[in-house]
Every structure is written in structure tokens, then in C-alpha cells.
Design a binder for this molecule. Sequence first.
Ligand SMILES: [Zn+2]
Length: 360
Amino acid sequence: MNTNTNLDSLARYDRQMRVKQIGQNGQTNIRQARVLLIGAGALGSYCAELLARAGVGALEIFDPDIVSLTNLQRQTLFTEADAASDTFKVEAVQKALAAINSEVAVTVHPYELSESRFQDLPAFDLAIDCTDNFQVRDLLNQLALKYNFDFIFGSCAGVSGNVMAVDPKNGPCLHCLFPNIEALKKTDCDLLGVNTALIPLVSGLQVSLALKYLTAKKEVAFNQLITIDNWRMTQQKFTVLKNPNCKACSQPTTQITEDYQNTMKVLCGTNVYSIYLDASLNLTTMKQFLTAQKITFTANPLCVQFVWQDLNLTYFKNHKLFIYDAPDKTSALTIYDTLTQRLQQTQEAKKHAQSSNSNS
Ligand SMILES: [Zn+2]
């Protein structure tokens, strides 16, 4: 009887089970799999949608960003309404996936990936890199080495994309592939742009590798870089060698470096600056602080908006602060410094008042 129920629930995947490389066994493996997606932007939207349609059992999705109008050109799960309502990308993805395949258990994390958040995750089968920057990619590579999991790397810029299945313990890691990764991490934002139609090609290859991994892991090559160019219309494969002197994978990973969290970043092509505040500072604390400072604000469950030293600021529930229209990074950092100093002073004064009350 259980088998019948199982077959019933697999019926919607009939056309995929007819593919002889997948079959019913492969589909059952896919149904039982949990996949971690890092990023819910362009690659993340497509990967999430394809995996949900293909019938993956569960998805864990990380992305700290909110939907903006410039995302809609390539991030297919979002709408103008999402952009207008400052929705978190992961929440918009979760809603879209529920309408596509309600059998997939989707858990979302509106945060940057970090080691502590990674440690809180349930066991998963595979991770997919859907980020747009090398800081998070490098962190994913380090986590994969320390906690021993495999991932599918993917990147897009202009008209060229790269994809590789990575088993960093046994095969080449991202540092072996990009010996200049430290320089790549410093590139603040990618102004090359991206051809809309490149995204489904790259994410299609990533999900192809993911389905192959979940169905027939032994057949996956972990040393093969696939490059694709959607202007010259070419696709090539290169063998990548493990570097015996690689800084990342030639020795055991003990300490994880997360050097991207507390840096001021500019949002690509805008004068909006973003930085994280202390994780203990929730929206309620921020509202109490603003009230005490007699600063007017508007608030909703996602964020608080206010003016600080003549600039518009938005503080989100995932602890991210946006500073709008700052003339440059130095001015944005000054705004951040004065705000955090005042917050700290207020919190210390509050603690002091509490301890004197309890002493009296
Ligand atoms: Zn390496």
C-alpha cells in the first residue's frame, strides 16, 4: 500500500521518470533529497524553480537581499509587486515555489550564509552556488572543506558563464580553479552586467549536474569546468587539476574566515550602501531607540525607515542597513559610525539604569 501511495505521488514526474538515466529509482532519490541553495537571485530563481518542478524533496535557501526593479530583467520568480513591496527574495521565491509544487518543503533564510547559520541546518545532500560574488563563494568552499560536502559552482558575467561540480576534499576546490580568488573577492560589484538568456543556460547546467548527482553520483566528474558563451554560441570543457600546494585544500580547514559580513558595500550601479548591524539589534530595539531619540520613522514587519543626518536609512529584520544617496563610501561609513555609536551609548545607558534600579 505504501508503494502505491509512493507511485501516486510520483505520477506527476512521469515524463522525467521516462528518461532512462533517471527512471523511478532516480526520481525516488530526487524526492528524498534536500538541496541547499546559496543565493536566490538570477541563478537561484532558476535553480529553485527547476529543482521544485523536478520534484526535489526539500530546499534550504539563503539570500539576504530584497527584490528590486533591476532584478526583474533576469530573476524570473519575481514580479513588479515584489519589488514595490520590498519583499525579501527568499520569501518571494518561497511563495512562487508553493504555487509550482506544494510537495517541496522550502525553508528560507533571509541572511548571508555564515558558519553559525550553516551549523543550524539539517543534513543535506548537495549545495548549489547561486551567488554573484567571490566572498560568499570562498566561504562556501571553506565550509565544504571543513564539513565535507559537495557543491555545484556557477557564475555568469556578460555573455560568459562557468559551471563545475566541486568535491573540494578529493578533487580541485574553488581556490585550485581560481588561484587569484583573493583578488576576485575584492571586486566590489560587477558592472559587466549579464545577458538575460545566459542565466537559464548556466542554471540549466547546474541543475543538470545536481539531478545527475542525486541520481548517479558516481558518474559526475568533479574536475571538469564547463564554460559557455551565449554570444559566440560556444560551450567548452576543461579539466581542472587539484593543486597540491593550494592554500585552501592542501591542509585541513579549521578556522573559517568570514571577512565579508562587516564591510560596507555599494549596490551595483546605485548610490545605495549596505552594511550589517549587530545581530542582537532587532526591529523592536531599533524602534525603541528611534522613539527615545525623538526621530520619526515608518515601520512594517520587514523594516524600519528613518532619516539620520539628512540621509534616508532602512533597517531590515535581517540586520542589514541601507544608506541611500550617500555621496561616497566614506560618507556612508561616517553615517554608520555615528548611528552605531549612538546606539551603543543608549544601550549602555539602559543597562546602567537597569543595574542601578536593581541595586536600589
Ligand atoms: Zn584547492
